[in-house]
Write a protein that binds this ligand. Structure first.
Ligand SMILES: [Zn+2]
Length: 128
């Protein structure tokens, strides 16, 4: 009953649906920019809106304002390769995301996230 009401409310109110959809995108990356790893404050159209990119999950990634602002309507991978924070794992994550494979994208982002790596443990294992 409650669930039905919620769906009904979202159908009546596209703004609410839009906000929830945006929130769900941010949740995929833990509110991190897919390009640089800073806090995601916006949703970036991988294929720019101005070039016919759609507002669908496969074309919309969480991004910080700095990345979103500097990317403008440049092709995403040519723009990204020129950034100082370019990370091939993140580039692969973007590719996976636009291919519709969110799970792979998240795994690649976790791999790229340095804070989650226990460096000390890795060092004692690989030294000697
Ligand atoms: Zn960013």
């Amino acid at each position: 009953m409650q669930n039905r009401d919620a769906v009904f409310l979202e159908d009546l109110c596209p703004k609410l649906r839009d906000r929830r959809w945006r929130q769900s995108l941010h949740n995929f990356t833990g509110r991190k920019c897919i390009y640089c790893g800073n806090t995601s404050e916006s949703i970036d159209h991988v294929i720019p809106f101005s070039k016919g990119g759609l507002s669908i999950t496969d074309n919309c990634v969480p991004a910080c304002l700095a990345c979103n602002g500097s990317k403008t309507d440049i092709e995403v991978f040519s723009w990204y390769r020129q950034q100082t924070f370019y990370d091939p794992r993140r580039a692969m994550a973007v590719r996976a995301w636009i291919d519709g494979d969110r799970r792979l994208a998240m795994r690649l982002l976790q791999w790229a996230e340095p804070k989650k790596i226990n460096r000390q443990k890795a060092c004692t294992n690989c030294k000697t």
